[in-house]
Design a protein around this ligand. Structure first.
Ligand SMILES: NC(=O)c1ccc[n+]([C@@H]2O[C@H](COP(=O)([O-])OP(=O)(O)OC[C@H]3O[C@@H](n4cnc5c(N)ncnc54)[C@H](OP(=O)(O)O)[C@@H]3O)[C@@H](O)[C@H]2O)c1
Length: 230
């Protein structure tokens, strides 16, 4: 069994940096994928390996010796449909392909709650949400153990340590902090929650308890059935 090593894609993003900090705090070896060399020192100071790469090009070199992947990149709110297609869909699909080729043990993808309902999303979110949904479907069928996170609207508030599970029909969507998303992502890695799509918003159910129950269900699902449908 290879020693745990996480590839963090989108390490310099707002959620990515919080995940990097948690990886560092928990002494989990990781490689930060950055597109700008200027951001190296922040991650080198955490003891991370650095790999430079642009998600619109081949980035398979980042996957050497990796056991787990966390995809925390995303197109920025202002970016074009072209960027959304490239970063929120195609690069996620490529990451799943590279992960499959390298026999990575798990890929965790940060998607979005709106991937449940692109058609009902406002104009600004519709294409982005469709790209997220297509990427999620691809990952779920690629044959790499996965956890797909679909958080609702994100905030930069401090970690609350609690969330509420959500779904396609959830109407009330309180913001969830990026710090809590980071915690969920990392716990998927450390507790081996596989072949699950986890949709959530801000709430008051302790993350440990929510994920523990999903882990038990996940073990059951893994033994008896196919992955959760999306
Ligand atoms: N905003 C919301 O309310 C919301 C809700 C649900 C889900 N999400 C999803 O949650 C995830 C994290 O969101 P966030 O707001 O924390 O992200 P963010 O701060 O916007 O960071 C995005 C990261 O993606 C990287 N990136 C973009 N294009 C790239 C490229 N071509 N090559 C390499 N890296 C590239 C950026 O690199 P640079 O640092 O070099 O720019 C940045 O580090 C995203 O997938 C987002 O779609 C967001």
């Amino acid at each position: 069994m290879k020693p745990l090593k996480v590839l963090l894609i989108g390490a310099h993003g707002r959620t990515g940096r919080l995940i990097a900090q948690r990886l560092h705090d928990e002494a989990i070896p990781f490689r930060a994928m950055l597109r700008k060399s200027a951001h190296r020192s922040e991650f080198a100071a955490m003891g991370a390996e650095i790999v430079l790469g642009d998600l619109t090009n081949d980035f398979s070199h980042a996957f050497d010796d990796i056991t787990h992947v966390i995809y925390a990149a995303g197109s920025a709110e202002t970016e074009s449909v072209h960027e959304q297609r490239a970063i929120d869909r195609d690069a996620v699909m490529h990451a799943a392909d590279y992960a499959k080729r390298r026999r990575v043990q798990q890929i965790v993808v940060i998607s979005a709650l709106s991937a449940f309902y692109p058609e009902r999303s406002g104009f600004a979110l519709r294409h982005y949400s469709r790209m997220k949904r297509e990427a999620d479907q691809y990952v779920a069928h690629r044959g790499v153990p996965y956890a797909i996170l679909r958080p609702g609207p994100l905030s930069d508030e401090p970690a609350h340590g609690a969330i509420a599970l959500a779904g396609e029909l959830t109407k009330h969507k309180p913001e969830v902090s990026r710090a809590d998303v980071a915690r969920v992502a990392l716990q998927c890695v450390t507790s081996g929650i596989n072949n699950r799509m986890i949709a959530f918003v801000g709430g008051d159910e302790p993350i440990d308890i929510v994920l523990d129950s999903l882990r038990l269900e996940s073990a059951h699902t893994f033994r008896h059935a196919a992955p959760t449908s999306l």
